[in-house]
Design a protein around this ligand. Structure first.
Ligand code: HEC
Ligand code: HEC
Length: 392
């Protein structure tokens, strides 16, 4: 009997001891890399020993509107970052997501059409990813909205993808872009020692499947929130885009007024929630690219394209779905004098006789619009190391 009590007690103590060991081990596993793991990582990657924090902070003016950011898992975003910059995601190891989405260029590139993995051109201009209005999850969790009046943006110029995981599935497998079969990709990733370490931290001891590869890429891209621009700083003070901002020059305030009159009905006034998701802005009389119709099959959607968010627009030239305009000055001249008539031209860009609107802006007014759009630039975002290339 004595013996049995003793052994039960021993068992109990041992169990306690072991469980505390496991707890320690768990903690070490999730939050810290072991020396051995650091050794593996540091051979190829320049990652911080203490993981970067991807938690999204919204500026006051957005919080005041009840907008809440999605929560981001740091370990998942960290693997996603490595994948985003990894050329192994393309069939012949020649390009990565970042080849067409360069951080310094607002996560777009500087070409009208981008170069795919075999040097073939993409059909459309690379979209900037540096924007808060892009992500449906911002409205209080997965696909829900703070109010029914908020429209839900989708991805690509023709909105054919609903999530970044869907978008990445299409891009990675696209014959021009990356040419990579997703099952082959998962196998390619499984064999890499640093991915074994990073995926284990993020997802536990499970096989690296295509689903979790896509999930990690999505976690990283979802963490791209650019809301620390001069515009945001003033909005935090004044809370209302309609009033002149004290921190703006006269030219910037003039540009803001012109923007509110002529542009914000589609591009939005507060730069945080979209007003219109797609529209036709009169680039041509006849469009060779049918845009949204290609996705919805509805002829009324012909030649409508995503209304692109304008955050960091200064750096994502050239502009429009085919990259036809090299500068913001050319874009403004388009809206000022160049809008072409076509059956699908948006009514907001027509005058009272239903003809394409002519704004008749002076040279100063044109420069004012450009100066105002440059206040959407967020230099911290464009240089934040946690979004940069981690490969040595
Ligand atoms: C070969 C160049 C290229 C590569 C590589 C590439 N993209 Fe893109 N990306 C584009 C182009 C071009 C578009 C616009 C295509 C369209 O709308 O039809 C785009 C659009 C997107 C969009 C939609 C943005 C929006 O606002 O609708 C996201 C998100 C995106 N890419 C993320 C990624 C990720 C993640 C990867 C890597 C898995 C990647 N891209 C790889 C060229 C590329
Ligand atoms: C009717 C809605 C609408 C209005 C009003 C409007 N836009 Fe646009 N804007 C769009 C659409 C749609 C596109 C993309 C069109 C395409 O590529 O085919 C676009 C594209 C742009 C782009 C290029 C973005 C990029 O990433 O390539 C800029 C810059 C821009 N608009 C600025 C303005 C300015 C400045 C005004 C006011 C003078 C304005 N827009 C008024 C719908 C609109």
């Amino acid at each position: 009997m004595k013996n049995r009590t003793f052994s039960l007690l021993t068992l109990f103590v041992m169990a306690l001891f072991m469980s505390s060991c496991f707890q320690d081990k768990e903690q070490v596993d999730i939050y810290h890399y072991t020396d051995e793991e650091l050794n593996i990582l540091s051979k190829s990657l320049d990652l911080p020993e203490i993981r970067d924090e991807y938690t999204i902070k919204f500026p006051k003016h957005m919080r005041d509107r009840g907008l809440r950011p999605p929560s981001i898992n740091d370990a998942k975003a960290t693997v996603g970052r490595v994948l985003f910059y990894d050329k192994k995601l393309s069939k012949n190891n020649s390009i990565s997501c970042a080849s067409c989405h360069n951080q310094a260029l607002a996560f777009a590139d500087d070409k009208a059409l981008s170069d795919g993995y075999e040097g073939l051109k993409t059909k459309r201009n690379s979209l900037a990813l540096a924007s808060v209005v892009n992500f449906p999850t911002y409205y209080g969790g997965s696909n829900s909205f703070i109010s029914g009046s908020i429209v839900r943006p989708r991805f690509f110029w023709d909105e054919r993808a609903g999530t970044v995981a869907e978008q990445s599935t299409m891009t990675i497998q696209d014959n021009i872009e990356m040419g990579m079969n997703l099952d082959d990709l998962a196998r390619k990733v499984q064999d890499v020692d640093y991915y074994q370490v990073l995926f284990k931290k993020a997802y536990g001891d499970v096989p690296i499947t295509k689903e979790i590869v896509l999930d990690a890429v999505q976690e990283f891209v979802n963490s791209f929130v650019s809301a620390d621009s001069k515009f945001d700083h003033e909005m935090d003070i004044y809370g209302n885009p309609e009033v002149d901002f004290g921190g703006f020059s006269d030219l910037e305030n003039m540009g803001k007024r012109l923007f509110l009159e002529n542009c914000s009905s589609c591009h939005s006034a507060d730069m945080s929630t979209p007003v219109e998701t797609t529209a036709n802005n009169g680039l041509d009389e006849e469009y060779s690219d049918i845009g949204l119709e290609g996705f919805t099959g509805n002829p009324l959607d012909r030649a409508k394209f995503k209304v692109p968010p304008l955050r960091n627009i200064e750096f994502s030239a050239p502009y429009m779905h085919d990259g036809r305009f090299a500068t913001l000055e050319e874009v403004v001249e388009h809206y000022n004098s160049g809008i072409k008539n076509n059956a699908h031209l948006d009514s907001r860009l027509r005058d009272s006789n239903s003809n394409p609107k002519r704004l008749g802006l002076t040279e100063t007014e044109k420069s004012a619009l450009v100066a105002y759009m440059k206040t959407f630039t967020d230099n911290n975002f464009l240089s934040d190391k946690k979004f940069s290339d981690p490969f040595k």
